[in-house]
Design a protein around this ligand. Structure first.
Ligand code: ZN
Length: 198
């Protein structure tokens, strides 16, 4: 038979570890501190700002061959700004979710690095759209061909804001003649396209 006081302590320690694990899992599941929040800034203004930010990042993304990502932020008056920009790897990037005081996350944005025939990089990936849906935030994606996509977390649809060459284009870019991107994709349609590709 064990010491009842020791057993109680052991039980309390187990409970504390369990709670820490559960809390950690909950934090990981959603990192956006403003998930589901309706932006104050007008949608058109947000899209214009995202286009500018992505265009500015394209050159660096092409030369490094890495994804760059960040967040569009707004203050309480709806004035937009850009977060710090994170440098990712070839095909993923960690968003800077720790926000300055008084700033709110309005949209995610990322580039797709340099052109490669190994990636279907002219459309958002299933993971791109799914991540925004999970974080309950809209997003913008720039492609090597100079397209911009808008991902709407509520409708779960990705649509082209503007087509080839509407922002800086990678000189190495070659259009995919056999499988050109459609104007919009639902999550299901994107899964289908990605399935064909892989
Ligand atoms: Zn992406």
């Amino acid at each position: 038979m064990g010491n009842p006081r020791f057993n109680l302590l052991a039980l309390a320690a187990c409970a504390a570890i369990w709670l820490a694990l559960v809390l950690n899992a909950a934090i990981r599941a959603r990192e956006n501190p403003n998930s589901g929040r309706e932006p104050i800034a007008a949608q058109q203004e947000i899209a214009r700002f995202a286009k500018q930010a992505l265009n500015d990042m394209q050159g660096r993304s092409f030369s490094s061959g890495k994804e760059l990502c960040g967040l569009l932020l707004e203050d309480e008056a709806g004035d937009l700004s850009v977060s710090t920009i994170s440098e990712g790897r070839e095909a993923d990037c960690d968003l800077p979710w720790v926000l300055p005081r008084g700033k709110f996350a309005v949209a995610t944005f990322h580039t797709h690095g340099t052109f490669s025939e190994e990636y279907d990089s002219e459309v958002p990936s299933v993971q791109d759209l799914q991540a925004d849906i999970d974080e309950q935030i809209d997003g913008f994606v720039a492609t090597p061909g100079g397209r911009i996509w808008y991902t709407d977390w509520e409708t779960k649809v990705a649509s082209q804001v503007c087509g080839e060459n509407c922002i800086a284009q990678d000189p190495a870019y070659r259009p995919d003649e056999q499988n050109p991107p459609a104007a919009r994709y639902s999550l299901r349609e994107l899964e289908k396209r990605q399935g064909i590709w892989e």
